[in-house]
Write a protein that binds this ligand. Structure first.
Ligand SMILES: C[S@@+](CC[C@H](N)C(=O)[O-])C[C@H]1O[C@@H](n2cnc3c(N)ncnc32)[C@H](O)[C@@H]1O
Length: 824
């Protein structure tokens, strides 16, 4: 596929997300004499999986013992086994786990091409409830070996619909140490592409049994385009308990009640918000890092690796972590993690946090948690490498480098007074090759000062051994670093300063752009998914980005215009003569949207059109007990042209209300669960209710609707999935035929009947019910579910019924010989 047929941004994301194992070497001949036809003749070579600077650096840091070095290096050069997680809040998670445990484990064992004794796929022993799996087939084998195709197809399909998430094993670790409970408010500070956010949401939903949990997650990322990936990833979770924001994590806003501004808001001033300040029970601080823990998956890092990458991120990492701790409730927990092995991004950051926070923060000893996860204690000593020099203490840092190499990078954190001691350190010019090349390298080791063994590293007196470092050769994984903090009391006053002030005060905060560019921000071990379906809320904002202060490239306009276009195609099967074009249709561009003080971001509006809400409630017979009114929002302030209505949980509602009263500090890219979509087709506007239930919203509202919902027998249900649209006379079950034709014109819900439930008058659903949104037309019923969802559901039904001898459910994609012909 190679991203073919997708928009420019999608192709770019595809390139960034793919397994970038191969590069084409460019010979001088080739560049001089190349003709278009020559491209076919060139050969492709694997990336060189070595870098002397890397070896020297990590040998010196002693992240593994000398005896282990060869094994460490051997593993870090091997391709990484594929890993994935079953989404525990999926309706089908038990079936999927059983399928893996019973079917795939056995059938794939026979395919293990290495002839080794190892299992072909196995659950990760440290992940609870057999929900995470590792395959001993590399990602490339999975893609290329035809006999593994069925398994690969299974992974792809279940991933697409959100039942599993492909995620590097070690990247699954940090959320497990957060101890998230369903009532927690959680902040994921650097969340894109969102694998860990997905895990956090699953934890919030644990044991919710179809009810919305009282907790919520705010997933934040600085990068707008990566926010799009995050929205796409988490959309598969169908959650009403998530807000996606777009801030610098180190400046994440303090959201608190500002009574002076309440007059600006849509909230009646008599309403007292439930919370007066946005603080979190849990914070995940999975910071941007140099990413060398992902070398097995992203071998191009071998080429770009240098010690400066880690040094350049250290201060930003501290700032983000400190902001996280400031936003954490007393008694709350924060996990700091990186996919880097570098102590300057890990132990040095943790040590500086502890120093700044004094006794208000505890570095937790979590050695008894997840005992089967093999990890190593954090280091207590390390050195800093800068411009070809080894530095053991801040006093070794030449004056001219002190704005870059900070005292916080060293184990003691001591900022020595300037002394003449550092005058013996030679300047870079003296070590460099004369042409200004400042690449970190090995060229300067002749000098006694630069010699790696001549300096004794400082030793930290902090309990840094409580940190965890996961290394590749311990359990055939990537590398990761995790530290867990507990907030014992409020931070010292000096650390509570407003983030923007903190930024000014911390002169080391500015990150040289070239260093930031080197950072492998997306290399946190997770598969980046190409957004397929087009609906992300951020997209409406991005559509106007050319007129905005937010810097966005043209490509994002490209993708987002695609999105809006595709949305209209999906929903509006026929152009409606009665619907007046909105301003965006007339001009091709909608007016600039403003969300509070954020230009270019669609506003978050509580949907209060009582007439429409009443009609929706009446049409679907929504039970009074369901908290409906007050839980609906839109992203369009023109109430006459609202296309989508989103549902928000109580917890999200509280945050939005606080945000409105507090002067809209949050820049919200996406919020809530898309529950209704406007139908603008001819049939659509003839319906008594022009809002159809969206696929994402259906599971949530399903138990609360009493009208426009009918049971179908397995055979009619399956036919609907297979043929997408069926005329009333073609339904097999006469009772279904009659009930379907008696429904009101418009959206309806068809529920797969369980034994004996077909003929009951009222439809009772629970978390195990399988249902699809449909459209009841004048002569037929059509499904309103994406092709991929239909395929996945058919496949699941064939697996579910395979042991029951039910021949009425054919394998997905196979015709069962029925006479019904596909209706276009
Ligand atoms: C290591 S990745 C996060 C991976 C993510 N937690 C996951 O599990 O999918 C780091 C992320 O930080 C984001 N980022 C970089 N600088 C940031 C900043 N100052 N504030 C917030 N996010 C930032 C990057 O865009 C990137 O998506």
């Amino acid at each position: 596929m190679g991203g073919k047929g997708r928009s420019r941004t999608q192709r770019k994301h595809f390139r960034q997300g793919r397994e970038n194992v191969w590069k084409r070497p460019k010979t001088s001949d080739e560049s001089a004499n190349a003709t278009p036809g020559d491209a076919n003749k060139t050969h492709w070579e694997p990336f060189a999986t070595q870098n002397p600077a890397f070896d020297e650096y990590y040998k010196e840091q002693e992240i593994v013992s000398t005896e282990e070095w060869d094994s460490f290096i051997e593993y870090i050069r091997k391709p990484l086994p594929a890993a994935f997680r079953i989404n525990s809040s999926s309706q089908f998670y038990v079936d999927i786990r059983t399928q893996l445990e019973n079917d795939f484990s056995k059938s794939l064992q026979a395919e293990d091409t290495n002839g080794c004794e190892v299992e072909a796929i196995k659950p990760l022993p440290w992940y609870p409830d057999n929900l995470a799996w590792q395959s001993n087939f590399s990602r490339n084998q999975l893609r290329k070996n035809q006999t593994l195709e069925k398994f690969h197809e299974f992974l792809k399909l279940e991933n697409e619909v959100g039942n599993i998430t492909r995620q590097e094993a070690v990247s699954m670790v940090p959320p497990l140490f957060l101890d998230v409970r369903p009532d927690h408010f959680v902040l994921d500070m650097c969340a894109a592409p969102g694998s860990k956010t997905f895990q956090l949401l699953e934890m919030i939903y644990k044991l919710s049994e179809g009810n919305l949990p009282s907790g919520m997650v705010i997933a934040n990322d600085l990068d707008v385009q990566r926010c799009n990936l995050l929205i796409h990833q988490t959309k598969r979770m169908c959650t009403a308990n998530l807000i996606v924001t777009n801030h610098e994590a180190q400046n994440f806003p303090s959201c608190h009640l500002d009574r002076n501004r309440s007059g600006d808001s849509q909230i009646e001033t008599t309403n007292e918000p439930d919370i007066s300040q946005l603080l979190f029970d849990r914070v995940l601080c999975d910071v941007p890092c140099s990413g060398d823990g992902t070398l097995r998956k992203a071998p191009d890092i071998w080429r770009t690796w240098n010690a400066g990458n880690g040094n350049g991120l250290h201060c930003l990492q501290i700032q983000i972590a400190m902001r996280g701790l400031a936003l954490l409730k007393v008694g709350g927990r924060m996990v700091y993690s990186t996919c880097s092995m570098n102590p300057v991004e890990n132990e040095a950051v943790v040590a500086e946090i502890l120093r700044r926070c004094g006794g208000t923060i505890e570095l937790m000893d979590v050695s008894t948690l997840l005992p089967q996860l093999v990890r190593r204690p954090g280091l207590k000593k390390w050195k800093i490498r800068d411009k070809g020099l080894w530095l053991a203490s801040y006093k070794d840092v030449p004056n001219y480098r002190r704005s870059v190499i900070t005292s916080s990078m060293f184990p003691s954190g001591k900022s020595y007074e300037e002394t003449s001691e550092n005058s013996h350190i030679k300047s870079t010019e003296e070590f460099s090759n004369g042409n200004g090349d400042t690449e970190d390298g090995l060229q300067s080791t002749d000098d006694p000062v630069a010699s790696t063994k001549s300096l004794e590293a400082e030793v930290s007196d902090l309990p840094l051994d409580r940190c965890m470092r996961i290394v590749p050769h311990d359990q055939n994984s990537g590398a990761f670093f995790v530290a867990v903090f507990h907030k014992l009391s409020s931070l010292p006053v000096s650390e509570k300063k407003h983030p923007s002030l903190a930024k000014k005060m911390d002169s080391s905060s500015s990150q040289p752009q070239e260093l930031m560019n080197e950072v492998k921000e997306d290399s946190n071990g997770d598969d980046i998914v190409i957004p397929g379906e087009k609906d992300d809320q951020i997209s409406e904002a991005n559509l106007h980005a050319d007129t905005l202060e937010n810097v966005m490239d043209e490509a994002s306009l490209d993708v987002n215009q695609d999105k809006i276009h595709k949305e209209n195609e999906e929903v509006d099967t026929e152009p409606s003569p009665n619907v007046k074009p909105g301003p965006e249709m007339v001009t091709g561009k909608r007016k600039l949207q403003i969300q509070g003080r954020w230009r270019g971001v669609d506003p978050v509006i509580f949907y209060k059109d009582d007439a429409v809400v009443g009609r929706i409630m009446e049409f679907y017979g929504i039970k009074e007990a369901f908290p409906f009114k007050g839980h609906l929002i839109t992203r369009n302030d023109d109430m006459n042209h609202v296309k989508r209505i989103y549902y928000i949980s109580d917890s999200v509602k509280k945050v939005l209300e606080l945000n409105l009263l507090g002067g809209q500090q949050l820049k919200i890219a996406s919020v809530g669960l898309k529950m209704f979509e406007r139908q603008t087709s001819k049939d659509g506007i003839s319906s008594n209710c022009i809002f159809r239930i969206s696929s994402e919203g259906l599971p949530l509202i399903l138990p609360h609707i009493t009208k426009q919902i009918i049971y179908a027998s397995a055979v009619d249900f399956k036919h609907l999935l297979q043929y997408k649209s069926i005329k009333f006379p073609d339904f097999v079950d006469p009772e279904f035929r009659e009930k379907a034709s008696n429904l009101m014109l418009g959206c309806c819900v068809v529920v797969l009947s369980k034994e004996g439930s077909v003929s009951s008058d009222s439809v009772q659903t629970d978390t195990t019910s399988i249902a699809i949104g449909c459209w009841k037309g004048r002569s037929n019923v059509s499904v309103m579910v994406t092709a991929i969802d239909c395929q996945q559901l058919l496949q699941r039904l064939s697996v579910l019924h395979s042991g029951e001898g039910d021949s009425s459910i054919p394998e997905a994609g196979k015709d069962d010989g029925s006479e019904i012909k596909e209706v276009n």
